[in-house]
Design a protein. Structure first.
Length: 524
């Protein structure tokens, strides 16, 4: 007798999404998690002091808001399992040392008014950009939560119209190219150029231009979702759904190998030697660099292409702090009050500084100019800290391998202190209000989740040749593993990429088709 119909390796949100759909479909599902906690990159933990709840990785849920999973509440995560979001009016704000700020509002006219302080022309251009982003969004959104169209077919379809060719061009140029075409003021260019950095790429990287439109379209239509209680609230709702439908989510269970009968995946072997079997198949959050080691029967060409996928040079370093009081920015809003946003970008003096910062990362060097981003979500959700206290979540980009030969475990505290000191250039009461902090280097990221290979929170780099149905490779881009029937992949290294997309929905669609389940009937 099998241990389950479906075994899912990893309890990151993508694996949990796939598991939840299939559990609701009536399949017995067993989720195996290597850590003591669940959630992968969507987890909330008391990293510093009791009562301070930190989102260790993702802190706001943007792109999943357009997923039918939440948009139509297909699994009842909101209506039945308690998932709640807040949507602040200012999702993102750039802040400069000279006191200048540039907020992006959900209302494009308010954003244009802020841009008008820098340039009347740029304000008008922004409104046209906003209009274009809203026009393109439905088409882009439609392709994010289901298996991707083949690259050739997509290119041929887009090449049939002037609008399609314009999208193709925007997809091919860099963010820097696009900003130079659209705007005249350097701060406005830098503001939107910084958006590329949040995708772990330089604004000079080709094929990043479309990201500005996707980002803006989602920001204005959906906002940045701040989950009440922390990012882990999404994980908790998914686990509640799975367990409510007879599934199990088990931690401290490291899978070392996929078992097959020669052509079809039939089970897994754990590190302790236990063997578990599955009737219908296996879903795995298995990084392409690790896949050949876990699947001995993987065809040689599939293994070769999986191993040669590229990792970004911009690995992440994060600092989570427990604060004695809320942060007070030196800059103020238009009315002279405290700033309020989900995400603050602490901007370099010039756009060129930002570009050169990413350039140095290409050579394995530290950026000469820090590119610190910070969120203070207790501003919107006070439940995450004791009364009167606060938290912050800050991030910067660093090389995974240090050229100075120092070990990240030994050196990470020093870098965290530099980040906090940099924040003090913008925030008048930092570091004074810092009670305690926890920091994660790229090595820690990799330890936390094998999907974050070499500190890449998107699994693999978000380059053109690793996008769409070629993500992570052409052979693996449809979530199935060639040569091993009934083995499916989930994770940030699959389409549509890193971030909280709820992309496990597409994996569930593919598996449902193969096992004879009507995916469109899977609803609560």
């Amino acid at each position: 007798m099998s241990d389950a119909d479906i075994i899912v390796i990893g309890s990151g949100h993508n694996g949990l999404v796939a598991a939840a759909y299939l559990a609701v479909a009536g399949k017995s599902v067993l989720v195996l998690e290597r850590n003591e906690w669940h959630g992968g990159g969507v987890v909330t933990r008391e990293l510093t002091r009791p009562g301070f709840h930190h989102d260790q990785h993702s802190m706001s849920h943007i792109f999943i808001q357009g997923n039918p999973l939440l948009l139509n509440d297909e699994l009842g995560l909101k209506s039945k399992y308690g998932l709640k979001y807040l949507f602040p009016e200012v999702p993102m704000m750039s802040v400069w040392e000279d006191g200048a700020t540039l907020p992006l509002n959900r209302d494009p006219h308010k954003s244009a008014e802020a841009i008008r302080h820098f340039s009347e022309k740029d304000a008008r251009t922004f409104l046209e950009m906003s209009r274009q982003a809203a026009e393109w969004l439905p088409m882009i959104q439609a392709g994010l939560y289901s298996p991707p169209m083949p690259v050739g077919a997509q290119t041929a379809m887009m090449d049939q119209s002037a609008e399609g060719r314009e999208i193709m061009r925007t997809m091919a140029v860099s963010t820097f190219d696009l900003m130079d075409e659209l705007f005249e003021h350097e701060k406005v260019k830098a503001h939107f150029g910084r958006v590329a950095g949040e995708n772990l790429v330089s604004p000079d990287e080709k094929a990043t231009g479309i990201g500005a439109y996707v980002f803006l379209g989602f920001l204005e239509k959906f906002g940045f979702g701040v989950p009440v209680g922390g990012s882990g609230s999404l994980t908790n709702a998914l686990i509640a759904c799975i367990e409510d439908h007879g599934g199990k989510v088990v931690n401290n269970s490291q899978v070392r190998e996929i078992v097959s009968d020669g052509s079809r995946a039939t089970g897994v072997v754990l590190d302790n030697g236990d063997r578990l079997s599955a009737n219908d198949g296996i879903i795995g959050a298995i990084h392409p660099h690790v896949l050949p080691d876990m699947v001995p029967s993987l065809p040689a060409n599939v293994a070769k292409n999986a191993r040669r996928t590229h990792i970004t040079d911009a690995a992440c370093f994060t600092v989570h702090a427990a604060l004695d009081a809320p942060m007070k920015f030196k800059a103020k809003d238009a009315q002279g009050g405290e700033l309020s946003a989900v995400m603050y970008e602490l901007m370099p003096d010039s756009y060129e500084d930002m570009r050169r910062a990413f350039d140095e990362l290409r050579y394995g060097n530290f950026s000469p100019t820090p590119l610190v981003g910070v969120g203070q979500l207790t501003q919107h959700d006070p439940s995450r800290a004791p009364d009167g206290k606060a938290i912050f979540h800050a991030w910067d980009y660093v090389p995974y391998a240090r050229k100075d030969g120092r070990n990240w475990d030994e050196a990470k505290g020093e870098f965290a202190e530099k980040m906090i000191a940099r924040m003090g250039d913008f925030i008048e009461n930092v570091p004074d209000i810092v009670l305690d902090y926890h920091c994660d280097s790229p090595v820690d990221m990799e330890r936390t989740s094998p999907s974050f290979f070499r500190g890449d929170l998107h699994g693999i780099a978000t380059t053109t040749y690793q996008s769409g149905s070629h993500r992570p490779t052409p052979e693996l881009g449809q979530y199935r593993v060639p040569g091993v029937d009934r083995l499916y992949l989930v994770g940030p290294f699959q389409h549509p990429g890193g971030g909280v997309f709820g992309a496990g929905r597409a994996t569930a669609m593919v598996m449902a088709e193969d096992i004879g389940v009507d995916f469109d009937e899977i609803r609560i």
